[in-house]
Design a protein around this ligand. Sequence first.
Ligand SMILES: [Zn+2]
Ligand SMILES: [Zn+2]
Length: 204
Amino acid sequence: MRPPYSRRRSLTPMFDPELTEEEQIKKMVTPRIVQRRNSKDSEEVVLEMFEKICPFGCENDVVIYTTTLRGIRKTFEDCNIARSIIESHHVQMIERDISMHSGFKEELRSLMGAKNVKVPLVFVKGRLIGGADELVKLEEENKLELLFDGIPKAVSACEGCVGIRFIMCMDCNGSSKVLGSDGRRSIKCGECNENGLIQCPICC
Ligand SMILES: [Zn+2]
Ligand SMILES: [Zn+2]
C-alpha cells in the first residue's frame, strides 16, 4: 500500500501540504545558495560601497577603534554594540581602545583627517565601514558576513593580558615615572604610555 501522502500529492499537487512545505524550504534555502555562489562578487560589491581608508598594515583585518570610558553613555554603549556584533561572527578583530592609549587616538585623527573623531569606528579590509548604526544596518542586510569573508576565526583571549592588549609597565610599575640619571628627580618613563601601560608583548 502506498503511503497516504504520495497519493494526495499525485491527486492534487497544488494543495498538497507537503508541497507547500517544500516550497517554503526552497524559498528559505535558495537565497543562501545564490549568495554563496556569488559570494566573491558580492563581497567586492559590498566593499566598493565604502571609502578606502586603511589603518597602517591592516589591509586584510577587521579593526575597531573604541573607548572603555563611560563618560558619554551613548558612545560607550555604541562601542559595546559594535564590538558584540563583530564578536558574534567569531572573526579576529583588532581593537584599539583610544582611552587606553592616546597613540590610537592620534592614529585615528590622522586616518580621518580630523581633530574630532568619534568612536566606535570600524575598518574592514582597508575600508571605512562606520560606527554602530552602520554595523547594525549591514547585519540586518546580511552584508556583514560577506565583508568578513576570509577573515581568520577569532582565537581565545591572550594569557598575558586576558584580552586587554595592554599590561602594566615593568620599568615604572605603572606610574609612568622613573628616576632620572641624577638619581633624585623623576622623569617620564620612556617605555610606557601616559597611563603607565605597554602593549602586550605576547599578543600585540
Ligand atoms: Zn613605564
Ligand atoms: Zn596579550
